[in-house]
Ligand binder design. Structure first.
Ligand SMILES: NC(=O)C1=CN([C@@H]2O[C@H](COP(=O)(O)OP(=O)(O)OC[C@H]3O[C@@H](n4cnc5c(N)ncnc54)[C@H](OP(=O)(O)O)[C@@H]3O)[C@@H](O)[C@H]2O)[C@@H](O)CC1
Ligand SMILES: Nc1ncnc2c1ncn2[C@@H]1O[C@H](COP(=O)(O)OP(=O)(O)O)[C@@H](O)[C@H]1O
Ligand SMILES: [K+]
Length: 466
């Protein structure tokens, strides 16, 4: 199970959407005109996919409902059989106009509303600020489940557009969510994001949309240059600890993500693959000028020896990926004056331990963490969010759920280090490329796998990254 969303697309909060709407209006557009674009854009998708089946459109009281009335009119105009069921009268002028222009009967949405093979949910969008009524939620679930094909207009109804919460309500899963004008955080963040398996953008006439938060995109990494050698490909050092397997995974992943030389500082026995160069940890082990990036944390332990290794890594002037155990030993002040890039890769538990529980969406929290740490933060999970101290954020589409197995985080740390060591991109770019390779490798496997297999599959993902 994974998610498909537009790549490299801006992600806007409800407030930023309203600002974009106001700009468009100041430039001569109107809410009615934007709604016309939105509704006809929705109708285009429904018409294309509904193949003549009856369509039931659920319309709410706000402008999301207005979009629904416009879609109903556009579909009927094309000869598609349409029914509309509404939750009361429109409360906005634009929605009232859209309903009047529909001009056909409107059923009252209730527990008795008859299902149809195609369902369009235009109940609530970015304007929802509180939980929807439990009976209404039950009706929605019933109608979506009974439909062969279901669409959410702008957002699945019942979500907080910015935080991705569902106010405690269980949402149905939609076949297609049609984001109007721009993606919103709730399309991507759990739990709301889980109900939008595929998200497509519908242009509504807002003009150029920009912003610091974007979805992950193909990194565009190429095969080695003709004159490449092992050091120009990037040298990665992985610092091991008592749990050797974790650092072995990171080292293997670094090679499969394109590093030219991988050195594992380990006291473990020599293991295949023999390409991984093994040395014991020593003071000065990180002095080699050719080192492009250092990974520390996977299997490091949390004892004095682990602390000594972390201190040495922090004192070096090399780019760092800090994961796992090292995140528990890290003091954020240690990162304040560091010039070389740092990428922290916490899962939710490690994030809370490092930054505290905190307020706001996962995007807000990742950004706050990045600023406090003066480092790129990769806040992992099914909904991975990457943030840089300068305010840029990359949000990955919901990952393949087979990733929920031990060792996949170690693989990610190695992949990010390989990207950092190649040094053609900044730390956020390296983190994003690593997450892209990792997510793509999992999608390509799309079955139960071992983290070792995921590390090897990074090489297949690399092929697709050009
Ligand atoms: N931005 C743009 O450029 C464009 C945006 N467009 C569209 O507008 C949508 C946003 O529209 P919106 O602001 O009117 O809010 P919307 O999501 O319809 O819901 C608010 C309504 O629901 C009500 N309500 C709230 N909670 C409730 C509850 N729990 N249970 C019951 N009722 C509840 C609330 O009532 P109140 O809170 O006042 O009681 C209010 O009446 C956006 O998603 C997109 O589809 C396009 O048309 C054109 C361009
Ligand atoms: N349910 C899930 N769906 C998608 N990706 C997931 C899921 N659970 C975990 N992941 C991803 O798998 C990796 C797990 O990393 P982590 O928790 O550090 O595991 P470990 O420490 O065992 O290596 C992260 O990249 C995370 O984003
Ligand atoms: K909706």
């Amino acid at each position: 199970m994974f998610q498909t969303v537009p790549e490299g697309a801006p992600v806007l909060t409800a407030e930023a959407m309203r600002a974009a709407e106001e700009r468009a209006i100041a430039e001569g557009s109107s809410v009615a005109e934007l709604m016309e674009h939105a509704g006809t854009g929705v109708a285009d998708w429904v018409h294309r996919l509904a193949a003549g089946s009856e369509v039931l459109i659920l319309c709410g009281p706000g402008n999301n409902g207005g979009d629904g009335y416009v879609a109903a009119r556009a579909l009927a105009h094309r000869g598609v059989p349409v029914r509309v069921a509404a939750l009361g009268e429109p409360k906005t002028e634009a929605a009232a106009q859209a309903r009047a222009a529909w001009g056909e009967p409107v059923e009252s949405l209730s527990g008795e509303t008859e299902a149809a093979p195609v369902l369009v949910d235009a109940l609530f969008g970015t304007g929802l600020t509180r939980a929807i009524d439990a009976t209404l939620a039950e009706t929605m679930r019933r109608l979506v489940a009974a439909a062969r094909l279901s669409f959410a207009v702008d957002l699945p109804s019942g979500v907080d557009a910015d935080a991705g919460n569902t106010f405690g309500c269980d949402l149905p899963g939609y076949d297609l969510t049609l984001a109007l004008g721009a993606l919103k955080p709730a399309h991507l963040l759990l739990p709301a994001g889980a109900s939008s398996r595929t998200v497509r953008l519908v242009e509504i006439g807002l003009g150029e949309i920009d912003g610091p938060v974007r979805t992950l995109e193909r990194p565009g990494i190429a095969a080695p240059r003709r004159d490449a050698h092992k050091y120009s490909r990037g040298m990665v050092v992985v610092i091991s600890g008592p749990m050797h397997g974790a650092s072995e995974l990171a080292a293997r992943a670094a090679y499969r993500a394109g590093a030219g030389y991988v050195l594992l500082l380990t006291g473990g026995l020599p293991n295949p693959p023999h390409a991984i160069v093994r040395q014991r940890w020593s003071e000065g082990a990180l002095d080699d000028e050719r080192i492009g990036a250092v990974v520390t944390g996977p299997g490091l332990g949390r004892d004095d020896r682990a602390r000594e290794k972390l201190d040495a890594a922090l004192a070096s002037d090399r780019a760092l990926v800090i994961d796992g155990d090292a995140l528990h030993l890290l003091d954020l002040d240690m990162l304040k004056d560091r010039a070389a890039p740092v990428v922290l890769t916490p899962h939710a538990g490690e994030f809370d331990a490092l930054f505290g529980a905190g307020q706001g969406s996962k995007i807000d929290r990742a950004l706050d963490g990045a600023r406090r740490a003066n480092a790129v933060v990769v806040f992992k999970g099914a909904d991975t969010v990457m943030a840089a101290p300068d305010g840029r954020v990359t949000v990955a589409p919901m990952g393949n759920s087979w990733l929920s197995v031990a060792g996949t985080g170690d693989v990610l740390a190695g992949a990010i280090a390989a990207m950092l060591a190649q040094s053609s991109v900044d730390a956020l770019g390296a983190a994003s490329a690593g997450v892209w390779l990792h997510g793509t490798a999992a999608r390509m496997l799309d079955r139960c796998f071992l983290a070792d297999e995921l590390a090897d599959a990074l090489a297949l993902a690399y092929e697709r990254a050009r």
